[in-house]
Design a protein around this ligand. Structure first.
Ligand code: CAA
Length: 258
């Protein structure tokens, strides 16, 4: 399928989505969000794809929601259309892992979309920020919530109240990104990590993702119980038997996603 605002390709068992609206630094207009949703739907439905990478350009992962598109919206238009809900939250419902590979600006909605992914790999050029306060609004795609959970109140509050950007080093130190890689290697490295995940047992990967995500929604005791039940359920899979047999027999496992 041809898209206007993104490019899509499959590398091995990895679905690679590249935001591609260079004139607006990948600002997240409605059409782009629709393209992104359709691409995610397609990769989720493709049995050959085990993990997804979402990236942008060297200059910008995404510079936020499209300010020019939204500037004239009335309150009633924003409310009745549930602006920033439809489509935007598609990433958070993906069952396959989604890795954000961020180079350049990830601002406002761009930072929020990156944070909706399962983890963020940052190029050394990456810059993260929630500058909405400087244009008379506040983050609307989860920034005040996910950033606070990722980096804690002090840094999140400073970023949200001042719009200050942080670079890749500060983002890694704060726990916003899993690690930093040279910009030139970013996409290859992200695809490599995704390919490694795609080579594991898909149902077990999905259970692991579900379990980590439960940490954001539950008390510790509830989360640990949920994890324990999912852990128990892995013993019902052929892949658990294969994985442990392969370890004991000193060979590589041959997972069948069963
Ligand atoms: N929306 C619409 N257009 C945008 C945009 C955005 N978020 N960000 C950049 N652009 C456009 C610029 O208007 C410009 O277009 P023209 O060439 O037609 O003028 C083009 O992209 C290039 O941008 P700049 O000339 O500004 O590039 P720069 O290198 O000088 O600056 C930047 C880069 C610092 C990222 C700057 O573009 C900027 O501050 N962008 C806006 C960042 C922002 O405020 N994001 C938050 C948006 S609100 C939001 O996201 C709400 C939410 O929570 C969902």
């Amino acid at each position: 399928m041809a898209y206007e605002n993104i490019t899509v390709e499959t590398r091995g068992h990895v679905g690679l989505i590249t935001l591609n609206r260079p004139k607006a630094l990948n600002a997240l207009c409605a059409a782009l969000i629709k393209d992104l949703g359709q691409a995610l739907d397609a990769f989720e439905a493709d049995d050959e794809v085990g993990a997804i990478v979402l990236t942008g350009s060297e200059k910008a992962f995404a510079a936020g929601a499209d300010i020019k598109e939204m500037q004239g919206k009335t309150y009633m238009e924003a409310y009745l259309s549930d602006f920033i809900t439809d489509g935007w939250e598609r990433i958070t419902t993906c069952r396959k892992p989604v890795i954000a590979a961020v180079a350049g600006y990830a601002l406002g909605g761009g930072c929020e979309v990156a944070m909706m992914c399962d983890f963020i790999l940052a190029a050394d050029t990456a810059k993260f920020g929630q500058p909405e306060i400087t244009i008379g609004t506040i983050p609307g795609a989860g920034g005040t919530q996910r950033l606070t959970r990722a980096v804690g109140k002090a840094k999140a509050m400073e970023m949200v109240l001042t719009g200050r950007m942080i670079d890749a080093v500060e983002a890694e130190r704060a726990g916003l990104v899993s690690r930093i890689v040279p910009a030139a290697d970013l996409v290859d490295e992200a695809v490599k990590v995704a390919e490694r995940i795609a080579g594991l047992s898909r149902p077990i990967v999905m259970l692991a993702k579900e379990s980590v995500n439960a940490a954001f929604e539950t008390t510790l005791a509830q989360g640990v119980t949920f994890e324990r039940r999912l852990f128990h359920s892995t013993f019902a899979t052929e892949d658990q038997k294969e994985g442990m047999a392969a370890f004991a027999e000193k060979r590589q496992p041959n997972f069948k996603n069963k």
